[in-house]
Design a protein around this ligand. Structure first.
Ligand code: ADP
Length: 673
């Protein structure tokens, strides 16, 4: 168990370090990936991508610098090559100068060993690759000694004649040929080129990189900022003005100018945008208004078309010569024409208008020409069969006058039915009035009938007095001495009583007589007094005391005196009848006149009867409303229609402390309607 425990302990020991190593490697990995991401970000921010300005700048600098470096290097190599080659040539000249003599001697003496020795010495000089001496045969048989390796390319070969004075003649005894290799020169040049190119390349790259970094710091990052700003720029939600992430400078550089130009452009854009917006809004509104107007026009045209086609009223279109060029069915029906007559151009406004209406029609045409709308007026047209049709016409300038000729549209309403109905209404009104007059007369007669007993008493009284006075006069005349003064006095009384009876009868006759309605100017107070006189007997019979209070200076009233007296008589009789039902208490009838608020005459009839019942107050003036066993319920309704026909008002109220008040007004001098 222990060993197991140990072993497990030992076995377990490496685990933490393994775990630690794993953890560390994970941390390294994470760090590496973070670093990579950071570098990627930096690179991206420095923008060394192929399409970036920095990269292009770097490429351009490298290319240009490379070309320059290459050209200069080639030039340098070329000069060095020329220099080395000429140095090599000089060396060959020196070699030849220093060796030609000895070689000529050795050749003359045919000392091959010496020749070889000398040639080997030449060959060991720098850049010498081969050397050869050829005998020309002047000093023995021709021979050739060659040392070194002859190459066909990359070498300079020079040949020098080997001469000797023989018997006073300078004779060419052979030729020295020296070949110098250019390989060393080439190698040196290559190394030089390599050194120049590598150092220049490294320098150029570093300088370019530096330039790119500076360029990025000074320019590119601001360009990015500008690009980001412009990217996020929304003209509808303009941000605050563009600012570069660098301290403000005393003198504006190109970027500042770009920023200023951009901000100015942005402001201008905003102004333009707002103006565009406003213009757009205005255009939208105008468009909507135009569409609405067009819709209205279409709707109106449709309504007009519906109106025309509905044939509710007659419609026709005519030129200003009066020729009808279009008409709907209703108009053709009104005037009794066929559509064929219209198409044949046989319908003419003036010809269809009766002579008495032609001036008005001409005036209408003038008004339409001036663009006025002619308000509807009544006129007549001739039907095709020559009969006349009453119509209501209204007209205006036709909207579709763009046909070339000005046109008028005329709306025609057939008044035949209305005229007939009006005539019928007039007739009915006339009959109604007649009936009212009849009724009023019947009512008057009935009222007078109810007063027969008391009126008879009124008439009887002066007649009886007359008889008594006549008898007294006869007695005076039979006396031996006639007192003529006394007789004259008695006769005067007889005349007065007779006149009084005659007046009563005349008034009764006026009230009972069936006469047409009159319109006179008269004084209300006189009319009231006469009625009171007539009713006085009835009042006395019913123990009613009559009081009058007639105002002076009342204006004249105009109308039918008898009818208004009938009103007053009805009110007095009603009051007496109402008080007749009251057992106890004074029976007082008060009649007064005065000026109405409206300026006319106000007549008031008060009684001390039971007053109006709540139900009766609302229904008093209704036809056939009565609370009397023998009543007809016509009196007050006739009274109201008479008063209203005179332009006045009749109403009822409560008297204080009891009874009823009836009042009516009659306007001053207002004619009857
Ligand atoms: P009639 O006299 O035939 O009943 P009226 O039209 O003259 O018809 O009167 C209608 C009703 O008005 C009367 O029946 C009565 O009830 C009521 N009336 C009229 N005058 C008075 C009045 N002075 N006091 C109380 N009631 C009245």
């Amino acid at each position: 168990m222990v060993s197991n425990g140990d072993s497990s302990g030992r076995a377990a020991a490496p685990e933490p370090s393994a775990r630690g190593a794993g953890k560390r490697s994970k941390q390294h990995l994470a760090f590496a990936s973070e670093l990579a991401a950071y570098l990627r970000g930096r690179l991206r921010s420095v923008a060394l991508t192929r399409r970036s300005l920095g990269m292009r700048l770097l490429g351009s600098i490298l290319l240009f610098s490379g070309c320059i470096t290459l050209s200069l290097t080639l030039l340098q190599l070329y000069f060095e090559y020329r220099h080395d080659v000429s140095a090599l040539g000089l060396r060959l000249e020196q070699i030849s100068k220093s060796n030609l003599g000895s070689l000529s001697e050795s050749l003359w003496e045919l000392d091959e060993k010496q020749l070889r020795l000398q040639l080997t010495g030449i060959l060991q000089l720098p850049d010498m690759s081969a050397v050869e001496v050829r005998g020309s045969g002047e000093v023995g048989k021709p021979f050739d000694i060659r040392l070194g390796k002859v190459s066909v390319s990359s070498a300079i070969i020079r040949e020098y004649p080997l001469r000797r004075d023989v018997q006073g003649r300078n004779v060419m005894i052979g030729t020295l040929s020296i070949q110098a290799t250019l390989a060393d020169i080439y190698r040196r040049l290559f190394q030089t080129a390599l050194t120049i190119l590598l150092s220049q390349a490294a320098k150029t790259f570093l300088v370019s990189l530096f330039i790119v970094c500076i360029f990025h710091y000074l320019v590119t990052r601001h360009l990015f900022a500008i690009a980001n700003f412009v990217d996020k720029y929304r003209i509808s939600e303009p941000p605050s003005p563009l600012r570069l992430g660098r301290p403000p400078r005393q003198h504006a550089d190109e970027l500042d100018r770009v920023v200023t130009a951009f901000n100015t452009l942005s402001d201008d854009l905003q102004l333009a945008y707002r103006s565009l917006h406003r213009t757009n809004d205005q255009l939208t509104r105008e468009l909507a208004a135009r569409r609405q107007a067009e819709a209205n026009v279409r709707e109106r045209e449709a309504r007009i078309r519906r109106l025309v086609d509905a044939n509710i009223i007659g419609i026709f279109v005519a030129d200003f010569g009066g020729r009808i060029i279009e008409a709907n069915d209703e108009f053709l029906r009104i005037v009794g024409y066929e559509r064929g007559n219209l198409i044949a151009g046989r319908m003419h406004v003036v010809e269809m208008t009766p002579p008495e209406w032609r001036d008005r029609t001409a005036q209408t045409m003038t008004e339409i020409k001036l663009g006025k709308t002619v308000q509807p007026y009544e006129k007549e047209y001739f039907r095709r069969d020559g009969s006349r049709v009453p119509v209501l016409v209204g007209s205006t300038l036709f909207d579709g006058s763009n046909l070339g000729v000005p046109l008028g549209v005329v709306f025609v309403v057939d008044l035949t039915q209305r005229k007939r109905a009006e005539a019928e209404a007039r007739e009915s009104e006339r009959r109604h009035r007649e009936m009212q007059v009849e009724l009023a007369h019947a009512n008057r007669v009935a009222t007078m009938g109810r007063l027969t007993a008391s009126i008879a008493h009124e008439v009887n009284q002066p007649i009886a007095a007359t008889i008594t006075n006549a008898q007294a006069a006869l007695r005076f005349l039979d006396a031996p001495s006639v007192d003529m003064n006394e007789v004259r006095q008695i006769l005067n009384d007889i005349v007065k009583d007779g006149s009084r009876a005659g007046e009563v009868i005349s008034r009764i006759r006026d009230l009972v007589k069936k006469a047409p309605t009159r319109r006179d100017r008269w004084q209300m107070n006189g009319a009231i007094s006469e009625v009171i006189e007539l009713a006085r007997g009835e009042a006395a019979k019913n123990s009613v005391s009559v009081q009058t209070d007639l105002a002076d200076g009342l204006p004249m009233v105009e109308g039918d005196r008898v009818q208004l007296q009938q009103v007053l008589l009805n009110l007095i009789i009603n009051a007496i009848e109402a008080m007749n039902g009251v057992g106890e208490g004074p029976r007082e009838l008060s009649i007064s006149s005065g000026t109405a608020d409206s300026g006319g005459v106000l007549v008031t009839v008060c009684d001390s009867g039971p007053g109006l019942t709540p139900a009766g107050r609302d229904r008093l003036f209704e036809t056939f409303y009565t609370t009397k066993p023998s009543g007809l319920g016509l009196g007050l309704s006739i009274c109201r229609s008479i008063v209203e026909a005179h332009g006045g008002r009749l109403w009822a109220g409560e008297n204080v402390p009891r009874g009823a008040i009836f009042q009516f007004t009659v306007p001053a001098g207002v004619p009857m309607s």
